[in-house]
Design a protein around this ligand. Structure first.
Ligand SMILES: [Zn+2]
Length: 154
């Protein structure tokens, strides 16, 4: 049996690999998004629990779904590569938009529209911060919409 000594530099590199492994990075990012969601949820007066998950692919970029009806909990999923395109401010705006959908669903479920979700979101984030989110979504989807339809006029 042969025992090989591992040089100290290799151990350090190995430790860095563990530190920055995709799983750990994703867990760290998920915690960050979760705390933003929890803060926004409080500010919007949404008592229902909303869990955040970063997923390898979400065709909608971000989406939220009820797990067991209107009482929640809700699951908010974020497309991993889209997440990397957004600044912190833009991600907060995008999360506020999703929480807008939860607010509508728990208060007036038949009034679900993108415009109303944004009206709710704009109680806690600026219109200005939502604008680049739309541009980035449209760029990803290869479509183009009218901002006023989604966000109202200035
Ligand atoms: Zn929406």
């Amino acid at each position: 049996m042969q025992v090989r000594l591992i040089p100290p530099r290799a151990v350090l590199l190995c430790a860095l690999c563990v530190l920055f492994s995709p799983q750990l990075l994703r867990a760290h990012e998920t915690r960050g998004l979760q705390s933003t969601v929890d803060e926004l949820r409080t500010r919007l007066g949404i008592p229902e629990e909303i869990d955040v998950a970063i997923v390898p692919a979400n065709p909608l970029m971000l989406s939220v779904e009820a797990q067991h009806g209107r009482k929640g909990p809700f699951l908010l999923t974020v497309d991993e590569s889209f997440l990397s395109l957004l600044t912190n401010e833009e991600m907060t705006a995008a999360l506020a938009h999703e929480l807008g959908h939860v607010w509508i669903y728990t208060h007036h479920p038949y009034l679900q529209t993108e415009r109303l979700a944004n009206s709710i979101a704009m109680r806690v984030v600026s219109r200005k911060s939502l604008v680049p989110v739309y541009h980035k979504v449209w760029e990803r989807l290869g479509t183009k919409g009218n901002l006023a339809d989604f966000l109202g006029d200035n």
